[in-house]
Design a protein around this ligand. Structure first.
Ligand SMILES: [Zn+2]
Length: 326
């Protein structure tokens, strides 16, 4: 019957006369003031695996089980303290906001204090047609929009912080339609499609997918504490010729089993050290360091350090640093 009608051209004519559904999906502006791949990095995407595993929209592992948003991470606490603005991704009105929670690295001991407020200090914006965006883990005392306030796309909401259930300073942004989480990188769904990043995304800008990166690198006179690296205070810039040792370290995210972190120092007399350190298991974040104890003073001059994340023999990301030894 239908076939017959279609052959007669009746159905298409009817179809065309129906009103087309209005597509009012918001286009999303960058929700954070930073240069992606330089001063901030997307460290986790929405989990597209419906089961207990985790995979991002490219079918890689930059996610964790049941993660319902996108995490824009900062390389250090120092960067967070300096102040990085969180901005409305689209125009809308403030449906909820919270401030007053402290900025502190999450451990299970914090559960009672956090009391289910995993988002920490945050903002929920309502857009047209049941769309919402939510911004989490903002810095205490910076959320300066009020309930019911209208905001334009790009308008500041507050600053990136470390409040709620988070272990590193980052902006978590969730996108929802009718209460259901939507991956802004592949809003059309199909978690099995494994897009490469060129799939239709909701972002106004092209956002390059980085499968991992070196967040920071630096010189020091001993192996630094991991806490100092995460704080952004591990890099020593004033190293004397009679230092006890010269060390280079690299801090990275998205490490996968069998990756290599190559650490190298070139000094005034050529190659000082060159080590390739194997990453033995997947690690969301990690650091490695290598160096030499000094039996004689360092030759004065410029030392250049390079930390390179290598996967399957190819460079994923590198950071270069230099110091002058006097
Ligand atoms: Zn998150």
């Amino acid at each position: 019957m239908v076939k017959k009608a279609m052959r007669a051209g009746i159905i298409p004519a009817l179809f065309l006369s129906l009103p087309l559904p209005v597509l009012s999906e918001p286009k999303l502006a960058m929700p954070i003031d930073c240069a992606l791949g330089e001063s901030c990095f997307i460290q986790n995407y929405m989990d597209r695996d419906p089961g207990p595993g985790a995979r991002d929209f490219t079918c890689a592992g930059l996610s964790y089980n049941d993660h319902k948003g996108t995490d824009f991470g900062l390389p250090s606490l120092a960067a967070m303290q300096a102040g990085v603005t969180v901005r409305a991704a689209a125009s809308g009105s403030v449906r909820g906001r919270r401030d007053g929670m402290i900025d502190k690295v999450y451990t299970p001991k914090e559960d009672a204090r956090i009391d289910g407020r995993d988002c920490g200090n945050g903002v929920v914006l309502v857009h047209d047609d049941g769309w919402e965006t939510q911004y989490c883990h903002m810095k205490k005392g910076t959320v300066h929009v009020r309930n019911g306030q209208m905001v334009d796309a790009g308008e500041p909401l507050g600053q990136v912080g470390l409040s709620g259930r988070t272990q590193f300073p980052h902006l978590h942004i969730s996108v929802r339609r009718a209460g259901q989480p939507v991956d802004p990188f592949t809003p059309d769904g199909d978690p099995d499609a494994c897009g490469s990043g060129s799939a239709r995304a909701m972002w106004i800008d092209d956002i390059l997918y980085q499968p991992g990166a070196v967040l920071s690198a630096g010189f020091s006179t001993g192996v630094p504490e991991y806490a100092a690296i995460k704080a952004g205070t591990a890099a020593e810039t004033d190293i004397a010729a009679d230092a006890p040792a010269l060390v280079i370290w690299g801090y990275a995210f998205g490490g996968r089993q069998a990756d290599v972190l190559s650490l190298r120092i070139d000094g005034p007399e050529g190659r000082f050290i060159d080590k390739r350190l194997l990453i033995k298991k997947d690690q969301a974040q990690f650091f490695r360091a290598t160096g030499k104890r000094l039996k004689a003073p360092l030759t004065r001059g410029i030392y250049r350090g390079t930390a390179t994340l290598i996967r399957d023999g190819a460079e994923v990301s590198a950071q270069m640093v230099s110091i002058t030894v006097q």
